[in-house]
Design a protein around this ligand. Structure first.
Ligand SMILES: [Zn+2]
Length: 458
């Protein structure tokens, strides 16, 4: 194994595991907690796959590919925030209004294989699963295959491999274990030259690549079905998918010319947000600095169209639209000119489990703050981007779990503080620091619906 390259021969870089090994009795709900085998420095991939598996709408949408068009088709219980108690999808006691039928019935919004299997050949809204618990049918048009085997299939795609992998986990009888994402990991290597080497790769690059690749595959599938009269037309704007519904936010860059005061605004969308890290800071302060103005002067002067010449200007970044799932990338790898290489910034950046952000889309009358709950963290351990190791911490039913390739452990919430970053760690060994943070809007369903409704249909 190359896992500890770059650190001492002992396990200096290993995360300080605080928890005991997983015991089935420790597990609530109907979740499966499966470690992922490492096929030689594939932990950058494993940690991101685990983080996204515990984003319920993401997981469910993958499992329901290709039937699902919009996130809004998923059961409301899918959107219950990871932090909320009573979110147990398998308790059968959650009473909610079924969106498709409008009837008040017990909702079981789990990704359990029962639910998936129940899809075929039944018209009843509520079916009864083997274990006697009621299972609600998914909204019309959602179909999922009972078994998925794509490995070795010439028509395989990255998305089908991901569906196969997630299904492999969700359909397990045992609550814990290990699966080997060989098919998925081989496909990633085949599709993208960036991930082909046996060196450690960047988890952020992988996340970005995967979200974009999935969105493209959904769009390709939609295009293929356009000629099919049976297929439901997409309710989303052209070029947008449920990936965008979940992760896409909008940024605006405002540049104000200091000579003529004219302002130019450019907008761009993001699926994840990269933020600079500062020593002894917090996520909130890093986000705040992000939107602080910056002077464009000297050799960085701005070409002003009104003045028709280079002028001093003020640049400001603003988050115009917050996404239901906010994926934050902490820019811990910085290129150092004098060293001619990327160096990891060990800055201590505190990330809270609850994040309150100003919601710019409501800034008129009832301006409200958007509450976010942390549900996953991808941690980088080691001193440089190409050497080191990644692990994921995820929240599931008010518990935190540490996924380190094959191993899964329960950890306490207090354990998270170990990943804020330790700039002066001595002896060197605590190089573990939060690298990707995944927050979900507390009222995610409302957030999703609001967006779907405000986006003009094309
Ligand atoms: Zn000007």
């Amino acid at each position: 194994m190359f896992k500890w390259l770059g650190t001492n021969s002992n396990n200096a870089g290993k995360p300080a595991h605080a928890g005991a090994p997983m015991h089935p009795a420790d597990i609530e709900g109907n979740e499966r907690y499966y470690g992922l085998q490492n096929f030689g420095n594939t932990c950058y991939c494993n940690s991101v796959l685990q983080a996204l598996y515990f984003c319920r709408p993401f997981r469910e949408s993958i499992l329901h590919f290709p039937a699902l068009q919009s996130i809004a088709e998923l059961l409301p219980s899918t959107f219950t925030s990871a932090g909320e108690s009573g979110a147990d999808p398998d308790s059968g006691s959650t009473s909610d209004t079924d969106e498709s039928g409008g009837s008040k019935s017990p909702v079981v919004g789990s990704s359990s294989p029962n639910l998936l299997r129940r899809r075929t050949g039944s018209n009843n809204n509520v079916a009864t699963a083997k274990n006697g618990k009621p299972v609600i049918q998914l909204p019309k048009g959602l179909r999922a295959n009972a078994a998925i085997t794509v490995t070795g299939n010439p028509d395989d795609t990255l998305l089908l491999h991901l569906k196969e992998l997630y299904y492999q986990i969700a359909a397990q009888k045992k609550r814990t274990g290990v699966v080997g994402p060989k098919g998925f990991s081989d496909k990633v290597k085949k599709e993208n030259i960036l991930f082909r080497s046996t060196q450690q790769q960047d988890a952020h690059e992988f996340l970005n690549y995967m979200l974009n690749a999935i969105a493209e595959l959904i769009l390709a599938e939609r295009k293929k079905n356009e000629t099919d009269d049976e297929a439901a037309p997409s309710t989303l704007p052209a070029g947008k998918t449920w990936i965008h519904e979940l992760f896409e936010g909008e940024l605006a860059t405002e540049i104000r010319c200091l000579t003529c005061e004219s302002t130019t605004e450019t907008r761009e969308c993001f699926l994840d947000l990269s933020i600079d890290v500062e020593a002894n800071s917090s996520i909130a302060s890093c986000l705040w600095s992000y939107s602080q103005s910056e002077m464009l002067c000297h050799k960085d002067k701005f070409y002003c169209d009104t003045c028709a010449g280079l002028q001093e200007a003020e640049r400001m970044m603003k988050i115009k639209k917050l996404p239901p799932v906010l994926a934050l990338h902490l820019k811990r790898f910085k290129y150092m000119e004098n060293q001619q290489k990327y160096v990891k910034l060990m800055h201590r950046v505190m990330f809270p489990t609850e994040l309150r952000l100003f919601n710019p889309s409501n800034d008129t009358i009832d301006s409200t703050d958007q509450m976010y709950d942390l549900f996953a963290i991808v941690v980088h351990i080691g001193s440089s981007p190409n050497h080191g190791h990644y692990v994921a911490l995820v929240r599931s039913y008010d518990r935190w779990l540490l996924f380190d390739d094959e191993s899964v452990e329960l950890v306490s919430e207090a354990h998270l503080a170990k990943y804020f970053g330790e700039p002066d760690a001595d002896p060197p060994g605590s190089t573990a620091a939060g690298y990707l943070l995944f927050y979900q809007a507390r009222d995610m369903l409302t957030a999703v619906r609001k967006r779907t409704m405000t986006v003009p249909l094309s």
